[in-house]
Design a protein around this ligand. Structure first.
Ligand SMILES: Cc1ncc(COP(=O)(O)O)c(C=O)c1O
Length: 417
C-alpha cells in the first residue's frame, strides 16, 4: 500500500508539473528488468540493446551504462548511439533496407559490424568500403528454416524481406570471401518480437552453431561472432505467461558448452522490449465521457499516435493487463482495474483524440463508473515501442513529455522529440 501511495504522489506531481498525456519511466523498474535478463544469461553472452524499442537518448545511455552494446536499425540510431558515448565498435547495424549513405556513414565511423541481409546489400557494402579504403566486418543474417517460428510476428522460416535464405547462404559467403574489403566475422539471426516459448530457440540455437561449424570447416573461416536473436516476450494481455528467461539462459549455456570447440569469443543476443516495456506507464487524462447506442466511451487526451502498440494487429480488441485509474477526488490513490465485472465498475471503450475510428486504445475495459473529466488513466507496459513508434505527428497534436522517475523519487524531463 505504501508503494502504491508513493506512486500515486509521483503521478500527481508529474501531471501537475508536466501536463498530460505523458510517459513516466521508472528507473527502479528498468534496473530490475535489466538485472533480470542479464543475470539469466550466461556471463560470456553479450546483451545488445535494440534501440528501436525506446530510442530516448537518456534511456539508451542508462542501458549502455548497465553494460549493453547497441543494435541499431538506421543511421539516425547509429548517430544517436555515438552521441551518447557508445563507441562505434560497440554498435551493430541490422535491417533489410540500409541505404548506401547509411552504409557509407557507419563504415566511416568504424562500426563493429554490419549485419547484411541480402546479396545486393553486400555489394553496396563492398563498394562503399572500397571507396573509403577500409575493410568492413560483416555478419550475415540468416532466415532460418525452423519448423517453429516462435514469435507472434515471425520473420524466419517464411518468405520475408529479412535475412538471407539458408539456400542462398553459400552464395553470400562465396561472395564475401572473394572481396578484400569485406571480412566475414560471423552469422546472425532474429526471428521476430514477442516470442514466449523456448521451442523456437531449441531449434534455432543448435542450427546457428551448426552453420558456424560448417563454414569454419568448409572455408576455414576464422569466425568469431554469432548473434542468436532475441524477441523475448513481455505479457501484455491476460493469460500471457512470462517468457521463461531462466530456462532460455540454461538452454543457451548448454548449447555453448556443446560448441566450445568453435572458440567463439563473441556470442550475443539482443533485446529491446524485455528491457524497457515494464518501466513505462503512459498516463492520460479523461477529456470526456459519453454514451452512444448503449455503449460507454471515454475519450482521453492521448491516443494510438503515442501508444502505437494498441493500434496494430487487432490488439485493442484483446483483453489487456489491468489498467490503473487515479480519480480526481482521491488523487493519492491508484486503483487497479478488476479482473471481472464488479460493483462500481462499468464496461467501456477507451479512445484517443484522433479523428479516426481506429483510435481505439482499448475496446473493452472496466472503468470506475464515476470516472470523469480530469481523472487519470495509467496504461502499463508502455516503455517499449511507444512514442517513436507511433504516428505522433498525425493531426499535429502536442507531443507528450517523457519523464524519468529516478530511484530517489526525483522527476526529470528527458523528452527529446
Ligand atoms: C533485428 C532485430 N533485433 C531486435 C529487435 C528487438 O526486438 P524486441 O524488442 O522484441 O526485443 C528487433 C525488433 O523488431 C529486430 O528487428
Amino acid at each position: 500500500m505504501e508503494t502504491i501511495m508513493r506512486e500515486a504522489d509521483t503521478v500527481s506531481e508529474a501531471l501537475k508539473r508536466f501536463g498530460s498525456p505523458l510517459f513516466l519511466y521508472s528507473e527502479r523498474q528498468l534496473e530490475d528488468d535489466y538485472a533480470r535478463i542479464r543475470s539469466a544469461l550466461p556471463e560470456q553472452v553479450g546483451l545488445y540493446y535494440s534501440m528501436k524499442a525506446n530510442p530516448n537518448p537518456s534511456i539508451c545511455k542508462m542501458i549502455h551504462q548497465y553494460g549493453s552494446p547497441i543494435e541499431v536499425a538506421s543511421i539516425g540510431e547509429y548517430h544517436r548511439a555515438v552521441s551518447i558515448g557508445v563507441p562505434a565498435e560497440q554498435i551493430v547495424f541490422t535491417g533489410p533496407g540500409k541505404s548506401r549513405e547509411e552504409i557509407h556513414a557507419c563504415i566511416e565511423g568504424g562500426i563493429f559490424c554490419i549485419n547484411a541481409e541480402s546479396l545486393q546489400e553486400l555489394r553496396v557494402i563492398q563498394e562503399e568500403a572500397a571507396r573509403l579504403g577500409k575493410k568492413v566486418p560483416v555478419t550475415l543474417r540468416i532466415n532460418l528454416m525452423t519448423t517453429r517460428q516462435g514469435s507472434r510476428m515471425a520473420s524466419v522460416g517464411i518468405p520475408t524481406q529479412f535475412g538471407i535464405d539458408e539456400e542462398q547462404l553459400d552464395d553470400a559467403v562465396e561472395y564475401v570471401i572473394g572481396q578484400s574489403e569485406l571480412k566475414l566475422i560471423g552469422l546472425h539471426t532474429y526471428q521476430g518480437t514477442q516470442n514466449f516459448h523456448l521451442d523456437y530457440y531449441r531449434e534455432s540455437i543448435p542450427r546457428m552453431f551448426a552453420w558456424i561449424r560448417r563454414l569454419k570447416e568448409v572455408h576455414a573461416l576464422p569466425l568469431t561472432t554469432v548473434g542468436l536473436g532475441g524477441g523475448f516476450g513481455v505479457p501484455y494481455f491476460r493469460g500471457d505467461d512470462p517468457f521463461p528467461i531462466d530456462d532460455f539462459g540454461q538452454l543457451l549455456s548448454e548449447e555453448i558448452s556443446k560448441n566450445e570447440d568453435l572458440c567463439l569469443p563473441h556470442i550475443f543476443v539482443e533485446s529491446g522490449r524485455y528491457i524497457t516495456s515494464r518501466m513505462g506507464n503512459y498516463v492520460t487524462r479523461v477529456l470526456y465521457t459519453k454514451q452512444s447506442h448503449g455503449k460507454k466511451f471515454v475519450i482521453v487526451d492521448g491516443g494510438t499516435h503515442h501508444r502505437a502498440f494498441s493500434s496494430v494487429m487487432g490488439r485493442s480488441f484483446k483483453t489487456p493487463l489491468p489498467n490503473r485509474y487515479m480519480l480526481h477526488d482521491s488523487e493519492h490513490e491508484i486503483m487497479e482495474e478488476p479482473a471481472e465485472s464488479t460493483n462500481g465498475f462499468v464496461p467501456a471503450q477507451i479512445v484517443g483524440k484522433l479523428c479516426t475510428p481506429t483510435d481505439v486504445i482499448q475496446s473493452s475495459v472496466l472503468l470506475p463508473e464515476n470516472i470523469t473529466m480530469g481523472d487519470a488513466i495509467l496504461f502499463p507496459n508502455s516503455g517499449a515501442y511507444g512514442l517513436s513508434c507511433g504516428n505522433m505527428h498525425f493531426l499535429s497534436h502536442t507531443l507528450p513529455k517523457e519523464i524519468w522517475v529516478a530511484k530517489n523519487g526525483a522527476l526529470h524531463d528527458i523528452s527529446w522529440l
